[in-house]
Design a protein around this ligand. Structure first.
Ligand SMILES: [Zn+2]
Length: 137
């Protein structure tokens, strides 16, 4: 049993180690932020964002936070994961604000992925009106 587990870990390490994204951008899953994503998804997005999306902590490619997408399937945007940079979000409130910011990117889709367009702004205004930021700012 233990040998099998080690073999799986080794195989995963080899596979991920050869994948450029992981080689350049080390990160790890945040259980706490992934849970908070689920709480916000249910509370402010009617559970419509991807339920299995993971939130990582890492360098976020030098940004405060990023949303990484896996492509555009039949016209539908699908986010792969969110990554929060702890160095740029040193306290929990800032992590949560960055998380909500990224969740608006997930919700508005690929058409506005690279910018903060009108749909993204409307998403943030709606969150503010619903009190999502009340204990964060
Ligand atoms: Zn943004």
């Amino acid at each position: 049993m233990r040998k099998k587990f080690l073999a799986v870990v080794l195989a995963v390490t080899i596979v991920l180690g050869g994948y450029p994204l992981f080689a350049q951008n080390e990160h790890k899953v945040s259980i706490a932020l992934t849970h908070q994503y689920q709480v916000y998804n249910d509370g402010y997005f009617d559970g419509k964002l991807p339920k299995t999306l993971l939130v990582y902590v890492g360098s976020a490619r030098g940004n405060a936070a990023i949303t990484v997408n896996i492509g555009n399937f039949n016209g539908l945007f699908e986010a792969e994961y969110i990554e929060i940079n702890p160095a740029e979000n040193p306290i929990r409130q800032e992590e949560y604000i960055s998380l909500l910011h990224e969740m608006c990117h997930v919700s508005v889709g690929l058409t506005e992925f690279e910018e903060h367009g009108p749909k993204w702004h409307q998403c943030m205004r709606t969150l503010a009106a619903e009190g999502a930021f009340d204990d964060l700012w």
